[in-house]
Design a protein. Structure first.
Length: 613
């Protein structure tokens, strides 16, 4: 097949640009205009086209047998499909490839990728055509744009060829499938239901504020919110910001997490109201999804290898990966007429892989024989045989602990997880420690795996080589069965300075992490502390990603196109006439054990419905 390298240059202005808009909205906007595109042909080199020449050049290509290479192919691909009706035979994307083979703290922008590969910065003069249409530009500026875009295309081609020297070929169709989720959208939405989500959230916020006798300004202002906490006898924690210390009021900050679980009902209500007013996740998503659906089928943007574990992450201001289970947002997403949505979810896949890799064979046999995997640790904790039928509450606690404690969680974290369960299970931190001990007593091989992983951190740091279960350690990386790497190039042993310890205390980092030397590696937001159990978590999640992506490729080989993936699940369309038969076949295929872990028992559950339920 021919590989065509492509790069569009488009009109933008202060109030119409990608930084301020969803990509889907930008491309579908009436103001959209392609200044032109640079196209690299295998035989004829790179050329710039604008106006009618661009339309003719694109129409002349045999797209059914053409591979299209871009940097950020969701952008260029959605332009091709939406404005020109073009769908290539296959997509290649250097942005996605870069995320997989380079450390996650490195920016994947084309300018940065060029620098990583020893190429000069981009030359396209964006400031010279900001807010100006093609016909308003001088011939000199038009030529600069054409030259810059052609240079970008040449750099994309060179970078692609360099990365292909080591890039795992199995992952190329995974990239193609990810791009098509966005560039060839099929999902629709119930706009009325999304409106209900928005209204319900707005009423809930207003009710919460009335109950607290506050207005929205009190909760949006950091200083006012801090003063409200002081009035309740709580001093707000701070963390390091770009310009000094800032309040730890983000939803992900441990301080706010603790407030959400505080024994004082009024403090819990303050935290809930603050996060509800400030973030309004469901309300914002409902609004964005509603506008998106009003413009056409809904493109699903997922960032390939967006997470360190090579799993997908969200993007384009809508994270399709974490819609609340059972929420109305999910139910608002529906299949087009004549089709149903099939959702297949791998059952307890991380738990199964963890026990398999650890050699905790009694647990693996429980999975293989269909026994309940969650009653063992519950029975050990309560001191009597727990069953799902007679002890549903105790069994639910065992389920939470089985999934939570496998990555080394301590008593307070386990207690916090149980308090967040549905329904909540209220226990003390001391009882959480008893749960921890019950897990570790019944999973000695998993505990040994954490210790072994601590030794593997030394291997990774020292550049040693060796096999570790189904993966290989080499060149400061863990090589997964699909050829993709988990990257620890920046791993180092760190002894905190007095200043760092003080800053850690200010940010609320636990005492043992702040005071003691530890392993750490670079991530997007700075440095992440890592230990044996954390490395095990990275490994197991990465292996789960390989299982789900290989299952996706097997379905793809039979003509089944995935339209959405959510961690350990696949969502695809099936025709109403053949839906049940195809869905049942796909479930069996998804449950097939991988060749690199041939005797692991895999199970799945799913649903076939008109909606994403």
């Amino acid at each position: 097949m021919n590989i065509i390298t492509l790069d569009f240059e488009t009109f933008f202005s202060d109030d119409y640009m990608l930084k301020k808009m969803m990509m889907e909205a930008y491309i579908r906007d009436p103001r959209f205009e392609a200044h032109g595109a640079a196209v690299r042909y295998p035989k004829y080199g790179t050329r710039w086209f604008s106006g009618t020449e661009l339309i003719e050049a694109l129409q002349e290509l045999p797209w059914e047998e053409t591979v299209c290479l871009c940097h950020h192919a969701q952008f260029d691909g959605f332009i091709l499909s939406h404005h020109y009706g073009i769908k290539p035979a296959c997509w290649l994307d250097t942005l996605s490839m870069f995320r997989l083979v380079h450390p996650s703290h490195l920016s994947a922008s084309l300018d940065n990728v060029r620098q990583v590969y020893g190429l000069p910065s981009k030359r396209t003069p964006y400031e010279k055509f900001k807010g100006r249409h093609w016909h308003e530009l001088s011939l000199e500026v038009q030529q600069e744009i054409a030259t810059g875009s052609c240079d970008e295309v040449e750099s994309i081609w060179r970078i692609f060829n360099e990365m292909m020297k080591t890039f795992p070929h199995e992952e190329l169709p995974v990239i193609d499938a990810t791009i098509r989720m966005f560039t060839e959208p099929v999902l629709e939405a119930d706009i009325e239901l999304l409106g209900k989500v928005w209204s319900d959230e707005a009423r809930a916020k207003a009710r919460k504020l009335r109950e607290l006798a506050l207005d929205e300004r009190d909760l949006q202002s950091n200083e006012l919110f801090a003063s409200l906490l002081r009035a309740e006898g709580v001093e707000a924690e701070t963390k390091a910001g770009k310009n000094g210390a800032i309040y730890a009021f983000a939803k992900t900050d441990s301080f706010m997490q603790d407030l959400l679980e505080h024994e004082d009902e009024h403090l819990r209500a303050l935290a809930e109201a603050r996060l509800g007013v400030k973030s309004t996740i469901d309300q914002t998503r409902a609004e964005r999804l509603g506008w998106m659906a009003s413009r056409g089928a809904m493109p699903v943007y997922l960032a390939y290898a967006g997470a360190h574990t090579t799993r997908w992450s969200g993007g384009d201001k809508v994270n399709w990966q974490n819609f609340r289970r059972g929420g109305l947002l999910r139910k608002s997403i529906k299949a087009p007429e004549g089709f149903k949505l099939a959702k297949i979810d791998l059952s307890q896949i991380e738990c199964r892989i963890l026990n398999y890799v650890a050699g905790q064979w009694d647990k693996i046999e429980e999975f293989r024989s269909g026994k309940d995997p969650y009653v063992g640790v519950a029975s050990a904790f309560y001191g009597f045989p727990v069953t799902k039928l007679n002890h549903p509450g105790e069994r639910q606690a065992g389920k939470v602990v089985e999934l939570q404690a496998g990555y080394g969680s301590g008593g307070p974290k386990i207690a916090a997880s149980l308090r967040r369960a549905d329904p909540p299970i209220l226990i003390t931190d001391e009882e959480g420690t008893h749960w921890r001990d019950a897990y570790r007593d019944t999973h000695p091989a998993v505990v040994e795996l954490w210790r072994e992983a601590g030794q593997r951190l030394s291997w990774l740091n020292g550049g040693l080589e060796g096999q570790w279960g189904p993966v290989k350690i080499k060149n400061h990386r863990i090589w997964l069965p699909n050829g993709a790497p988990l990257i620890y190039d920046t791993l180092e042993w760190h002894e905190p300075s007095i200043e760092e310890i003080e800053q850690a205390f200010t940010r609320g980092v636990p005492d043992w992490k702040a005071r003691n030397p530890h392993w750490r590696f670079r991530v997007r937001k700075g440095w992440a502390i890592i230990h044996g159990a954390y490395l095990v978590e990275n490994l197991i999640q990465a292996l789960a990603r390989v299982i789900i992506s290989q299952a996706m490729l097997r379905l793809r080989a039979h003509g089944i196109r995935t339209v959405l993936t959510e961690h350990d699940s696949l969502v695809f369309l099936v025709d109403n006439d053949k839906g049940v038969e195809l869905y049942e076949w796909a479930k069996r295929e998804v449950c097939r054990s991988p060749t690199w872990m041939p005797d692991i028992p895999i199970d799945c559950e799913g649903v076939l419905d008109e909606r994403y339920s």
